[in-house]
Design a protein around this ligand. Structure first.
Ligand code: NAD
Ligand code: UGA
Length: 469
């Protein structure tokens, strides 16, 4: 018999917890969803009546929040209370790379996951299914299990738990669509009854054949592997873009030619400024750590190269910009268009824009930054080692300032760098822009979204990623 879920608590109201529970609430009107977080400011923004203030920008998300919030979807900081009343608890907290101690720089820091497990042990009542939604190293379920099965940590000694792994595969910028129509839902677990309870939730909108059931460890490893394979494709195409530039090939044409082979496929072959986002690097490094831990040195080295290539590629771009600007950019003005790690999100975690901006400021460049969704305060946090314009006390280092429209960034700039593939950048009036820029003017298109020939017509030099001439 299936244990019927009536109340779900999700710990962590971030980029995964927020959208995931919102879509689930929309699809399961008979289940109550309680999303809890320790971060009060974040929760206040999830509850803001002005939907423009939601802490996360995702196309289509605000409309669903508007439909479900206050009905079967609630956001609060009442962590203990909501754990107590939940039949099922999703753990959706952050799992960043460890910065110190054993495994620093590679292994995931599981302190937030462990804290959640302890909270669940302390406060939950009755039978509870605990679901790992965060991306976790293989065998983390074991850690959670040993906490939840430790009678000394339980308030209710007769309490029973089951643990499932249900990794999330959504991409930021298309999270709502990915959650509504996922390629698959993966559920790993030991007990069929617990797996069935979660399947019962997903069956409200996911066809049965898309639900994959595995053992817990396969599920945990499949998540890391999926991200490693995706990131590896990007490093592969980025390595080829460098080769295109020196040989006269065009990476878009190469990608099209290889992508039409069904065995390769056309997705994830866009060369760009290097992959960003909170997960690719972290998850590959996690895989590297795991491989090293089990003595599989060659496996570790193989995957580590994907990250190394990405770092090299970002540096290659900043060096190239500096070289094209006569190898000296001190005091030169450079417009940076786009700061998020990809289009349609306000997330800047591991964005290539951060590293490239820093490299340019180290060389003395004065940056004029515009992004349609990233807030000023976030850019300030990301560039905190560098001085904001008019605040400068650092001598030879460059500066940054943020603008609320891209048109305001072009006055007297020597170069414009396209960092994120926002749709609006495709409609810039280059004839007008050419008159505002200082000569010789440059456009560096790290996303290959512009037509170099069109821009060159107005006397602007263009470098486009992977575009050999
Ligand atoms: P996030 O940092 O946006 O959100 C995590 C939230 O958890 C934060 O708001 C934090 O305050 C909260 N939190 C931490 N400990 C808590 C506790 N003990 N009690 C209550 N709240 C707590 O992170 P995210 O991007 O949502 O990622 C979460 C997990 O999902 C990570 O493991 C990540 O690898 C994985 N993931 C992320 C994505 C993505 O697109 N961002 C996609 C798939 C999987
Ligand atoms: C990625 C995966 O695609 C998701 O399946 C996964 O759930 C998620 O990580 C996660 O675990 O966090 P996300 O990082 O949100 O999603 O976005 P992607 O679309 O994968 O893009 C990642 C980075 O690669 C971005 O910087 C993007 O610009 C870059 N990219 C992507 C390219 O440079 N070229 C491409 O062809 C595709």
């Amino acid at each position: 018999m299936i244990f019927k879920i009536r109340t779900i608590c999700c710990i962590g109201a971030g980029y995964v917890g927020g959208p995931t529970m919102t879509v689930m609430a929309d699809k399961c009107p008979n289940v109550q969803f309680e999303v809890v977080d320790l971060n009060r400011e974040r929760i206040d923004r999830w509850n803001d009546s002005n939907l423009q203030m939601l802490p996360i920008y995702e196309p289509g998300l605000a409309e669903i929040i508007n439909r479900c919030r206050g009905k079967n979807l609630h956001f609060s900081t009442l962590v203990e209370e909501k754990i107590k009343s939940a039949d099922m608890i999703f753990i959706s907290v952050n799992t960043p790379t460890k910065t110190k101690g054993m495994g620093a720089g590679k292994a995931s820091d599981l302190k937030w996951v462990e804290a959640c497990a302890r909270q669940v042990a302390k406060y939950s009542e009755g039978y509870t299914i605990v679901v790992e939604k965060s991306t976790l190293p293989v065998r983390t379920a074991e850690v959670i299990k040993s906490i939840l099965h430790n009678k000394d940590l339980l308030t209710d000694k007769s309490h029973r738990f089951d643990i499932l792994s249900n990794p999330e595969f959504l991409s930021e910028g298309s999270a709502v669509k990915d959650l509504m129509e996922p390629d698959r839902v993966l559920i790993g677990g030991e007990k069929d009854e617990a797996i069935e309870s979660l399947c019962d939730i997903y069956r409200n909108w996911i066809p049965e054949e898309k639900i994959i059931k595995t053992n817990i460890w396969s599920s945990e490893l499949a998540k890391l592997t999926a991200n490693a394979f995706l990131a590896q494709r990007i490093s592969s195409i980025n390595s080829i873009s460098a080769l295109c530039e020196v040989t006269g090939a065009n990476v878009k044409e190469v990608a099209r030619a290889i992508g039409s082979d069904n065995r390769i496929g056309s997705k994830f072959l866009c060369s760009g400024p290097g992959f960003g986002g909170s997960c690719f690097k972290k998850d590959i490094l996690n895989l590297v750590y795991l491989s090293e831990y089990f003595g599989l040195t060659e496996v570790a080295t193989f995957w580590e190269e994907v990250v190394k290539l990405n770092n090299w590629h970002q540096k290659r771009i900043s060096r190239l910009i500096i070289q094209k600007l006569f190898s000296t950019i001190t005091g030169k003005k450079i417009a940076i268009l786009g700061f998020s790690f990809k289009a349609n999100t306000n997330d800047t975690r591991e964005s290539s824009a951060i590293n490239i901006c820093k490299e340019l400021m180290i060389e003395g460049g004065d940056l004029k930054i515009y992004d349609p969704k990233v807030e000023y305060i976030q850019i300030k946090k990301d560039l905190n080692d560098f001085e904001e314009k008019n605040n400068s006390s650092k001598g030879s280092e460059g500066s940054w300032e943020v603008f609320d429209s891209f048109n305001k960034c072009f006055e007297e700039v020597d170069a414009i760098v396209i960092m994120t593939e926002w749709e609006e950048f495709k409609f810039i009036n280059w004839q007008e822009v050419a008159q505002m820029m200082r000569k010789p003017s440059w456009v560096f298109d790290t996303r290959a979204i512009l037509d170099p020939k069109e821009i060159k017509k107005y006397g602007i030099n263009v470098w486009s990623i992977g575009y050999g001439e």
